[in-house]
Write a protein that binds this ligand. Structure first.
Ligand SMILES: Nc1ncnc2c1ncn2[C@@H]1O[C@H](COP(=O)(O)OP(=O)(O)OP(=O)(O)O)[C@@H](O)[C@H]1O
Ligand SMILES: O=P(O)(O)OC[C@H]1O[C@H](OP(=O)(O)OP(=O)(O)O)[C@H](O)[C@@H]1O
Length: 203
């Protein structure tokens, strides 16, 4: 039986949809259930419903053979996992954003849920910045002077717009990815390949 860790929240609906059209039988209440472990006995798959940021951890440590999670989280966590497939949903962009007059090449304080991305991005610009780590509502920081700009996800642009901020530069493009534990990828190759093939065919 393969164990697959799925990110709860925003991407779960598209993930479940993709699994269903790929032939996996999920319970009708899959997207709403409070159960955290769900078994599909016919397909011999066990799903773990995890907080998105924890999915790479389950996969890296072998608690799950496979995982589905956003590229943003994957890179930020730096987990040692094998990336197998861009699933083609969960699209958004990680950007530097702030008041429109902000000079990105001169900022010193950046608020973000993504310290690694932020540090790497500004290092490439030759800038050593102070990162202010926040857990959400990051757009607040430049509004009240906690930071000059932010590094955060943008999808529709509505949150930036309603707070008088603009995207100043793109840091990364994001979509959902299928990842594998490195040992599972080698030792359970046939099962993993079958899972990958089914998801790939239904992109
Ligand atoms: N507009 C968006 N804002 C945030 N994440 C998005 C957006 N569009 C797609 N995503 C993807 O969804 C993932 C975040 O999902 P979600 O917001 O449910 O997680 P979360 O912020 O960790 O939530 P929580 O902390 O409440 O569990 C991101 O990692 C990203 O890959
Ligand atoms: O471009 P938009 O479509 O407006 O989406 C972008 C917003 O969505 C996310 O926040 P989320 O709703 O996950 O809340 P959070 O701030 O608590 O992370 C992200 O951090 C942005 O704030």
């Amino acid at each position: 039986m393969l164990t697959v860790a799925l990110a709860k929240g925003r991407n779960l609906f598209d993930t479940a949809n993709r699994l269903r059209i790929s032939g996996f039988a999920l319970p009708g209440d899959f997207e709403e259930t409070r159960r955290l472990v769900i078994e599909d006995e016919r397909m011999e798959i066990r799903y773990l419903l995890a907080k998105p940021v924890d999915v790479p951890t389950y996969v890296e440590h072998g608690a799950a053979d496979l995982g589905i999670v956003g590229k943003d989280i994957l890179h930020e966590k730096g987990a040692d996992v094998h990336e197998l497939l861009d699933l083609g949903f969960g699209f958004c962009r990680l950007v530097v954003a702030g008041p429109k007059e902000t000079d990105v090449s001169r900022v010193t304080r950046v608020a973000t849920k993504y310290p690694r991305y932020a540090t790497e991005y500004f290092r490439k610009l030759g800038r050593q910045i102070e990162v202010i780590s926040l857990q959400g509502s990051v757009e607040l920081a430049p509004l009240i002077g906690l930071a000059e700009c932010i590094v955060d996800l943008v999808e529709t642009g509505r949150t930036l717009q309603e707070n008088g901020l603009v995207a100043l530069a793109e840091v990364a493009q994001v979509s959902a990815r299928l990842v594998a534990n490195r040992r599972s990828y080698q030792l359970r190759a046939a099962e993993v390949d079958d899972f990958v093939m089914r998801l790939r065919q239904n992109r």
